[in-house]
Design a protein around this ligand. Sequence first.
Ligand code: UT7
Length: 339
Amino acid sequence: MNATITAIGGFVPTSILSNETISETVDTTVEWIEKRTGIKERRLATSKDQATSNLACAAIENLLENYDVDRKEIDCVLLATTTPDHLLTPTSSKVCEISGLTNAFGLDLNAACSGFLYALEMATTMIESGRYKKIIVVGADKMSSIVDYEDRNTCILFGDGAGAVLLEKTELGYGMMKSILRTDGSGTSALLVPAGGSKFPATMGTIVNRDHYIKQEGAFVFKKAVESMSSVSQDVLASNDLSVKDIDWVVPHQANLRIINAVSESLNIGIEKVKVNIERYGNTTSATIPLCLWDFAADFKQGQNILITTFGAGFSWGATCIKWGVMRKRLPAKSSKND
Ligand code: UT7
């Protein structure tokens, strides 16, 4: 028995932050951003009722509206996020309430850009244990709540969004294969929000220092991302007895188009097999991979092999393979993609 993805949903806010607008506020150019990152625009959750829980619920609602699944049958919601609504209380409890998942328990999981992949692995083992039948894994981040729009090193990169998948069991031989997930603390100071947690609780000083915003040593993180995503992808292929020739699609974390290109080159997988939507959404952290699965779901055919790989703060990184299976029945479309 395997766990397999049977439904997908996604959501991005309507408000667009373009490179043109950023170049009017910090010392950068439209050309620099596009050439160095591949990003043309990102979406921002600007309305007051768009906290991370609302983004997650919008993605779940999109999934439930489009696929024939009863929300009362959902056993569990694993929410990967690095931007919870509050430090205390879990954002997933709000998600269960708003989405009417009255028979589910919710759990927040923070592993930065690797959160969705980690949550997917946890859900896989929960399904394969036989104890849970239907789990929603959602990656949602409102990065605009921790981005310093005066810092040209980071404000060009991030956007807001959410993506959700439904995981169920199958006995047809499709679904989740072996994963390799890794974490070490070597990158703690290279990518973090310094204050607001237990180490440096909020003070007037932390606010004045802008320590509640993301700080990143971009070039160092870039190098580690390329090395880690390339080597963990090779390892996960080997552990699943697959070679690069067996891979139909790659769905990488979307942090920088140059990272994606370098990983594809190092794996010797043609870029035409690599799914990319960073130009429209930027880096949505926990949401990049499910948003990519949602965006390109129509391209994935039954029996195709998909390689997923990620890298993020911590450092945290990993990869998995999926043999794409049978999706649940589609319902007549109710909502457009980007509302
Ligand atoms: O998702 C989590 C993981 N995160 C990532 O994987 C992100 C990894 N890092 C990156 O994507 C890239 O490192 C950045 C896009 C953040 C920066 O690109 P880079 O090519 O690594 O630039 P750099 O940091 O090496 O800086 C090169 C130059 C510097 O100027 P000098 O010192 O050479 O004069 C920077 O000050 O580019 C300058 N620079 C900029 N110039 C114009 C940095 N940001 C900007 C900017 N516009 N926005």
